[in-house]
Structures are given as C-alpha cells and as structure tokens.
Design a binder for this molecule. Sequence first.
Ligand code: FES
Ligand code: FE2
Length: 371
Amino acid sequence: MFINFWYAVERADKVSNVPIKKRMLGLDFVVFRDTQGVARCLANTCCHRGASLAAGKIKGDCVQCPYHGWEFDGDGICRRIPSMGPDAKIPARARVDAYPTQERYGLLFAFLGDLPQAERPPILDIEEYGQEGWAATIQEFEWPIDYKRSMENGIDPAHNEFVHDTHGFSGERDDYRVGPLDMRETEWGTGFYNKVFAPPLAEKRMREASGRAEATYIDAGTGHHGISSIWTHIHPTPEMFIHQYLFETPIDESNTHMFLVNCRNFLPGPEHDERFKERNAYVANQDRDVLTDLLPVLTPNTNIHEIFVPADHPIGRYRERVKEWQARGWRIDKKTLRDTRDEVAYAIPSPARREVKGWVLEQIPLLPASA
Ligand code: FES
Ligand SMILES: [Fe+2]
C-alpha cells in the first residue's frame, strides 16, 4: 500500500455532521462535515489516550473525543481540553493529522500523504462528468482482495474473452487473439486502446439504441492512473460511449473498497440507471469470482514466478510504475506495521508534518527510498 495518492473515501452524500470511521491503508480515519459544509478527514486516533474519534460527536467545527472530550478542529488542532478548564493553554503537540480533501464526481477524496500541493499526483480526471449529453452512476463494491490484483485485472486485455460473456465469446473462437495494443503513457499511468471483436449487445434496449445486432470490432481502451485508479473507454458504436472510472481504495492489504463512476452518452434518462448498474455489477462480480481465488493472495513484487506474454505488457508497465513509487519512499512497510501495530498507534503523515515537528502518533513505517 502507498501513501501520497488521493483515495476515494466515501460517497459525498454520506458525509455529514455525524462522524464516520473509515479504514484505509490499514489505518482508521474519521470523516465529517464542519459547519461550513467542508468535508474533513483526520487520523482517527486521539493523541491523548488513543480513543477512536469517530466514536465521539461533532460539536461545531470540531470532532469531540468520546473519552475525555478533547475537541479537534478540521485541521486536526485541539481547541479544547475540558479537564483543564475554560482558559486552558492547549499544548502545541495536542493535534492529530488532517488530510487534504476534495469532492468530485459525487465522491469525497482524501490525500493520504505529506506531499506539498504542487507535488501531489492529481485525481483521475473525468472530463465528461457533468457535461451536457452525459449521464453518470456511482456504484460501490467491497471485495476481499489486494487492490493491485484488481488493478491488474482492469488493464488486462486478455481476460475479457474468457471472464465476461458480455464482452467476448467465452473462449469459443478458434481465431481469437489479442490484437495490437496502441499504448498510451502519461506521467502517472500506462494505458492502451485496441480493437475488440465483441458479441452483439445482450441488452435489447442498448441493441436498439446502437442499431447494431451483429458481432463486430469495437474500440476499447483502458489504463491506470496512479496506484489505484483505472479508466476504461468502451465504444459499442462510433457514437455510443461508455466511459468507466474505478477508484480503488485499499481498506488493508487484502480488502478493497471500490467506487465505480460509469458515464454514458446515450440513454441518458435516470430511468435507465438501474439497468446500467445491474450490468456493471454482473461484469464486476465475474472479475471478483476470479480475483478472490488467485494465489498468492497479494500481488507478487517480482515477475519471476509468473509468465509474461505480449498481452501482459500493460500489467508489466503497472508493476514498473509501482516500483518507481516505491523507490520514492511511498510504500508502506507492511511487515513492520504488522509486527508492531499492537504496541504502536500509527498515522499516515499529513502535509503539516513537513512544517511542524513533535507529533504524538508515530508515522506509519515506510520502505526506504532508493535511487
Ligand atoms: S483519549 Fe481522547 S480525550 Fe482522552
Ligand atoms: Fe474484467
């Protein structure tokens, strides 16, 4: 798992003035809205005696710890220590990490790391979101898998034919092969477009909307952005576009919370949303059934115990990027974390740690940066 990326935390409409506890990257966070309506995300462990802030309540712009009532504002700074009385001078170390937040696409994102604003990898952009002629739905899935397994599945052009009867022919075609991949490299990810021989659309309404009743070659593309976001563009006809964006948030090493934003430029009415969601869930569950049965459970860190063929090139590139981000010192040292977590309460370092010293919670252990 990696610090220094934006992660989807929760659907924005679920964030209110009732604090909620969210586990991400193996640690807990408290999420709430302040009186201005701004969504806040703090480390959940109180710096006094380690209580769970999310079990407390919101008082004004602060979350109040359930144990001794210390109040922390949206920047994580302690504003009140009831046991010291109303005129108390609050110790400077009485603060918890607060993480930058953004609300986009109906989701709340938090930047879980300490990079200054200018250096942060951006949230995956959805150009068409909210644009005239486009409709969008949001879905969530929670699967017992390493998020990287799902990332690799998302950018894997060779599985569709076998896993998804909606996209392929279940391996029945003797002339099947993955055609050439038109690779696309960006600063934060690798993707590709290719031509896919696709069966007629299974859904009558979509078939009628597309006017296409025969199997044909369609344009499709997919790629990753950063450590845990994926874009997928499917063009069932030259005019009909389905653009999907998957934001995968590791709950811990082997559990993942996924947020799927599905955009379409046809059948825009909300009365069609449910059918699109059903279809997405059908396809997603086919992936889940394969992914929950892979060994090893965690995505390998080397390629030597697997075989790579040309269709696996995007996965190979993803793994190279993962190594680059590890070399920057962004990867959590999961072994140390596992061995010490009963004795040490950790926090993901927030940007304020670059300015202010003397934090109560220890920073989560990270693998060392390398050249
Ligand atoms: S543990 Fe939070 S106020 Fe004491
Ligand atoms: Fe899939």
